[in-house]
Design a protein around this ligand. Structure first.
Ligand SMILES: NC(=O)c1ccc[n+]([C@@H]2O[C@H](COP(=O)([O-])OP(=O)(O)OC[C@H]3O[C@@H](n4cnc5c(N)ncnc54)[C@H](OP(=O)(O)O)[C@@H]3O)[C@@H](O)[C@H]2O)c1
Length: 254
């Protein structure tokens, strides 16, 4: 992912000490979310396959909140990996009330008819990970006191073909949209607030103020702030972010 640069938007909202699991917290969207949640006083557990990537994130987090950032290693496309993450996230000091699933796997490897079945199956591990996460965490969150939330982060590659050679990205994103739609329907009236946070613009791993003023290119801090706002407002259903302005509005509404 390279070096992350951090700018903290002024935010209020999440109750200090709230426990949040961010699956994919080392990624572009996930890291912005982790940073925003920490800034608001949350305790954040990051699920990742790579401790090296976690170290990059840990290094850029400001010293005063580092103690609130922990990690659990696990491949979420496997039952064993998700079980391992669940064990840490559901017990003792962590006992999360909020889960953000920002699991992604950008794919732009070639034309559709040139791909193998093995590559197809490999490219769909992301949607498998989301299914296993939902299957494991939604019933747990549903039994939690207070206002538990589950946020699934999705993108527009499932709505349209976004660039040449991205066929399997579209297949995976479309499947994730449908998985989220089914989960939203089935959990509509349940205690856990399930929200699909659907981003229809490009997110960059830099602070928003470093970007040119382009409504469709958003810094990960701003998107992370909007996701944190959706959790503190217990958003349920589908939140669609079309432009930078949409993300800003969500933060200001807090
Ligand atoms: N970036 C954008 O411009 C953009 C725009 C619109 C929507 N989105 C959406 O945002 C979401 C996240 O995208 P992103 O751009 O942040 O992706 P990213 O930078 O590639 O990060 C994806 C994260 O998912 C984790 N991950 C992937 N497979 C995993 C597995 N099997 N087990 C555990 N962790 C796994 C990776 O963690 P480790 O490698 O550390 O294990 C990584 O931290 C996606 O749904 C995407 O569609 C992104």
């Amino acid at each position: 992912m390279g070096v992350l640069r951090v700018w903290y938007p002024a935010l209020v909202g999440i109750k200090a000490g709230t426990n949040v699991l961010v699956a994919g917290g080392t990624g572009i969207v996930g890291s912005g979310t982790v940073i925003s949640l920490l800034k608001q006083g949350a305790k954040v557990l990051v699920a990742t396959r790579s401790l090296d990537k976690f170290c990059v994130l840990h290094d850029v987090v400001s010293d005063d909140v580092k103690a609130n950032l922990s990690v659990v290693e696990g491949d979420l496309s496997t039952y064993d990996g998700v079980k391992r993450v669940f064990k840490k996230a559901s017990t003792g000091e962590h006992s999360v009330n909020h889960v953000v699933a920002s699991i992604g796997n950008y794919w732009q490897k070639g034309w559709l008819t040139e791909q193998t079945l093995a590559e197809f199956n490999r490219s769909q591990r992301t949607v498998v990970s989301h299914f296993l996460m939902m299957r494991t965490f939604l019933p747990y969150l549903n039994l939690r006191e207070g206002t538990p939330t589950y946020t699934v982060v999705t993108g527009h590659a499932g709505d349209e073909y976004i660039a040449p050679k991205t066929s399997f990205l579209s297949v995976g994103s479309g499947a994730l949209n449908s998985l989220s739609m089914a989960a939203r329907a089935e959990f509509n009236d349940q205690r856990v607030a399930l929200n699909q946070f659907h981003i229809r613009c490009s997110v960059q791993p830099v602070p928003d103020h470093d970007l040119l003023p382009d409504p469709f290119n958003v810094g990960h801090d701003l998107i992370g702030g909007a996701i944190a706002s959706s959790i503190s407002s217990v958003a349920r259903g589908k939140t669609v972010i079309n432009t930078k302005q949409d993300a800003k509005k969500m933060i200001l509404a807090q």
